[in-house]
Design a binder for this molecule. Structure first.
Ligand code: SF4
Ligand code: MG
Length: 331
């Protein structure tokens, strides 16, 4: 859970107990090595906050993060050995590769620095060069000599994102947290970058959290898909089932408004809003009960007051939905 205190317009600080942004509430997920988990939702659903919590870029309001079953609590361990180990093993890739690379430094500088930080630069010049060439080879930027001395502005968007991925790999991570890693890239090269990530997942046995607003790409790329709405997880299961047989009314809306489910270019977000089903609710005063109830075509009385727990949908072992429509299926 992550709540942010907010200031009202006009600089008046409101009491923290009543005025917080409920950015993420009770999110519960497991990442596994060799597995891609997609976290899908509109902008403002809290999905990036989940990635930042997992990267321990800021502390949680409550809850726990475990790595191999051991609690990784940033508040007490920041800077300590356990924290350093965690931040090596769990690497983040951002949406905008241009912003995440320093424009005044070359590819060589970025990758060398990352290798040094993680003690993987080797001993001599030759070892360093092999490590750099191996990293660039892993992201299919070959020959390394053609890229090492380039500056970010001399690379295409796709190449920059590959360098950002190579830099994450310099840490020899176990997990990558990829926050909309292709949404700023040209449509024509998105697939190439997703295929690269999938390939790395297999070769390096990585756990990947793939954050996206594009549910069609989750079907293509992810093993499991989780759907977030207004700071809460509302549905989860294997990607094929969640995207082909969505259970939660919100997921159904997302799937129905994706223009072409076989392509990875659709932005469900824009269409959902165009169709006039309403804006996501304020997270300062989220709706009681099911947070989707003001937009839900199936709303029942209890939805307005009682928060639906996760119910098994019943079609596969892992498919669940936090929706009162599935209360029967549980019994
Ligand atoms: Fe709709 Fe009720 Fe299900 Fe929420 S719990 S999605 S309001 S039917
Ligand atoms: Mg985001």
């Amino acid at each position: 859970t992550k709540h942010f205190p907010v200031r009202k317009r006009g600089r008046e600080l409101l009491s923290r107990t009543n005025h917080v942004v409920h950015a993420v509430d009770d999110v519960d997920l497991v990442l596994r090595r060799g597995w891609v988990t997609a976290l899908v939702g509109e902008s403002g659903s809290g999905k990036s906050t989940v990635a930042r919590l997992l990267a321990q870029l800021y502390p949680r309001t409550s809850g726990d993060i475990r790595l191999h079953g051991e609690s990784a609590a940033v508040s007490t361990a920041r800077g300590g050995r356990r924290f350093r180990e965690y931040s090596r093993k769990v690497q983040m890739i951002f949406q905008d590769p241009f912003a995440s690379l320093n424009p005044v430094h070359t590819v060589r500088y970025h990758l060398t620095r990352a290798l040094r930080i993680h003690g993987r630069a080797g001993k001599g010049k030759q070892e360093l060069h092999s490590a750099l060439a191996e990293l660039l080879g892993r992201v299919q930027l070959t020959p390394a000599e053609s890229y090492l001395d380039k500056y970010p502005h001399e690379l295409s968007g796709g190449q920059r994102q590959r360098v950002a991925i190579a830099r994450a790999l310099a840490a020899d991570p176990e997990a990558l947290l990829a926050d909309e890693p292709v949404s700023m890239l040209d449509v024509s090269i998105r697939l190439g970058v997703l295929n690269l990530l999938r390939n790395l997942k297999e070769r390096l046995n990585l756990a990947i959290l793939y954050i996206t607003h594009d549910i069609a790409s989750a079907r293509y790329f992810a093993d499991d898909t989780l759907v977030m709405y207004a700071g809460r997880m509302v549905e989860g299961g294997d990607s094929e089932t969640v995207t082909q047989h969505p259970a939660h009314p919100y997921t159904r809306l997302l799937v129905d408004s994706a223009p072409d489910p076989d392509r990875i270019t659709g932005s469900a977000q824009g269409l959902v809003q165009e169709e006039g089903v309403g804006e996501p609710p304020s997270l300062i005063t989220p709706p009681d009960g099911c947070r989707f109830h003001p937009r839900c075509p199936f709303v029942m009385d209890k939805c307005r007051t009682a928060l639906p727990p996760r119910f098994d949908v019943g079609d596969t072992e892992t498919h669940w939905a936090a929706c009162w429509l599935f209360e029967e299926a549980k019994a």
